[in-house]
Design a binder for this molecule. Sequence first.
Ligand code: HSE
Length: 313
Amino acid sequence: MANTRAEAFAPATVANLGVGFDILGLALHEPGDVVRAERREDPGAVIVHIEGDGGRLPYAADKNTACIAAEATLRLLGVRTGAALTIYKRLPLASGLGSSAASAVAAAVAVNALYGASLTCAELLPACLEGEAAVSGYHADNIAPCLFGGITLVTGTTADQIHALPVPANIVLGLFTPDMAVPTAMARAVLPALVGLREMVAQTAAVAWLVDALHRQDIAELAAAMEGDVVVETARAHLIPHLEDARAAAKQAGALGVVISGAGPTLCAVCDDETTARAAGEAMQAIYARVGITGMARHTRISTKGAHVLGVA
Ligand code: HSE
C-alpha cells in the first residue's frame, strides 16, 4: 500500500552515559526532529525543504544524513518510486544530542510509513546507520536508542547486537546545551589511541556497575557509575569549558551526577525528580551565563518508545 505522505518524529539521544563510550545510549522524550516524506513518481530521495537549521545542512542527496537514510530505506523496500523530504530540524547541530541520528531515523521511519510500514525497526537499522555514517561514523550508540527507545547497550551494528536495558521509573534528566558547537569528528580526534590497563579495569568496572544499577533501579548508584569514566571525559574536558563548575552547581541543586552527553557540549544531569532536574539544568545555565555563554536548559524523561510515526495520509 502506498500513501501520499507520512511524518515521523525521532528523539534526541544521550550517547555514552559517561562511562560507556560508543556502547551505551538513551532516548529522550523531547526534543526531536520531524521528517515528512511525500511520495514522488521518480525513484530515490530528494530534500525539498529544511526548516530550523539556519541554512547549515546540505540539500545534496549524498551528503544529507536524512536523505541517505531515506534512499537506503527505499532500497530495502524495493519500490520504484521515491520520496521527497521536508526536515523540521528541532535539534541543535553538533550539540551532543544525536542530531544527525535523529534526522536519519526520522527519515527512515517516515519513508517506511509512506510505503505501508512493511519494515520493522530492526530492518530499518542499517538504513539509519548508513545515514548517520555520513556525519558521525558507523556507530550505533545514538541510532539504537533513537530508533528503539529506552536505554540501549550496543555491542555491534546489527539488530541482534543491540540490547535493551531496564529504564528506572523515576529517572529525570536535566540538560544544558551551551551555544557552542563541538563537532563529533573534533571530539573523537582528541581521544587517546591506547588506554592503560589501570584505566581499562576502572572503565569496565564502572560500566558493569552502571548496568547492575539499572537492573536494581538505583539512580544514585547509576549516576555515580556514569561519572566513573577515566578515559573519554579526561581527554575531552578542555573542549567544554566550565564543565567542573557546571557539575558542582548541578549537584548543589540536587543532581546525583553529571556527564557529557555524547561528544558534547550538552551536559546531562541525572536526577530522580522533575523539580530537581529543572533546577539542575538552570544551575548549569547560570554558571555559563556568568561567563557570557548563553544556552538552552531543559529537563525531560527517558522515552521507552523512541522514533514513531506522527501521521500518514
Ligand atoms: N559515542 C560518540 C562519541 C557519540 O562520544 O564520540 C557521538 O556520535
